[in-house]
Design a protein around this ligand. Structure first.
Ligand code: SF4
Length: 286
């Protein structure tokens, strides 16, 4: 594979291994709380990615302490990026967000911040706030893109269009904040050609990084119902590897790859059961 993985990017930029610590800052999501919808994206059961904190949100200092201790012991990491991962991490007022993000200032071994959010949950004030951290930190926003095709976004109930992402993207880039786009391969009704168009478009706009994973089915979701009714079949591992290989061919080589697979706790995963396979396995076969 010719692209740089995010871990290698961090090592090159900071001169040493940097570990990313995921935290749950207790935010919710407008696509779940009724502001946009109560249904959420058809594949969303947020427990699948706030599993370790079980949504009994721990004090942020404590979460960071636990993450740092674990990564120090397991990976001998000395510096860290703080990753606001669960739900929509810009879904609050700029004042609340500032007091949340400012936690990084308490830890002198945190060198970066990565904020996962929806593109319809940022505005100028929020982006101006996030820009203030770029003076001293490596700052990224990870937007859920999923697909550039509005018919797909509508079908999966994202609650926003691709144009919403584009606006957020250009406003973010104006402020010198790096952008990672989250893309899902194997979405319902998406042809191979449609997925390749997503790769080409993200290259055209010069996104900084892409996080890719196959669509997988989690318990208690609309997608699970579709799967049980045989209205949706996930990609098998060979199909995914094959599509991924071509997708990467269309993605400019200077785009950093954040991830090529995903993790889902076994007790929540319905299918395909190979999700969570060691990422090295994918990298080696590309
Ligand atoms: S945007 Fe994220 S948290 Fe919100 S419904 Fe979709 S997957 Fe769930």
């Amino acid at each position: 594979m010719t692209h740089t993985m995010y871990s290698a990017y961090l090592k090159q930029k900071h001169g040493e291994r940097i570990h990313r610590i995921s935290i749950d800052a207790g935010f919710t999501c407008p696509n779940r709380d009724g502001s946009i919808s109560k249904l959420g994206c058809i594949y969303c059961n947020n427990e699948s990615f706030s599993y370790h904190t079980k949504r009994k949100v721990l004090d942020l200092d404590k979460q960071i302490d636990i993450g740092i201790k674990y990564a120090t012991k397991r990976f001998k990491a000395k510096k860290f990026v703080l990753y606001f991962q669960a739900y929509t991490n810009t879904y609050a007022s700029p004042e609340v967000l500032k007091s949340t993000y400012d936690i990084i200032k308490k830890f002198n071994n945190i060198v970066g911040i990565s904020i996962a959010t929806r593109p319809d949950c940022v505005d100028n004030k929020i982006l101006d706030l996030i820009q203030t951290y770029t003076k001293n930190y490596d700052v990224w926003i990870e937007y859920g893109v999923q697909s550039i095709h509005n018919e797909t976004l509508k079908f999966i109930n994202r609650g926003h269009t691709y144009e919403t992402f584009l606006n957020a993207f250009y406003e973010t880039k104006k402020r010198n904040i790096k952008v990672c786009g989250h893309v899902i391969l194997g979405l319902p009704n998406e042809t191979r050609e449609m997925m390749m168009q997503t790769a080409k478009e993200l290259s055209n706009i010069k996104i900084d990084s892409v996080k890719i994973h196959p669509l997988y089915i989690v318990k208690n979701t609309i997608l699970e119902k579709m799967y049980l009714e045989k209205k949706y079949m996930p990609l098998n591992i060979d199909e995914y590897k094959n599509i991924l290989k071509e997708f990467l061919k269309y993605l400019s080589e200077d785009i950093v790859i954040d991830r090529l697979n995903s993790f889902c706790p076994k007790d929540l995963l319905v299918a395909p059961l190979w999700v969570g396979e060691d990422e090295k396995f994918f990298i080696e076969s590309l």
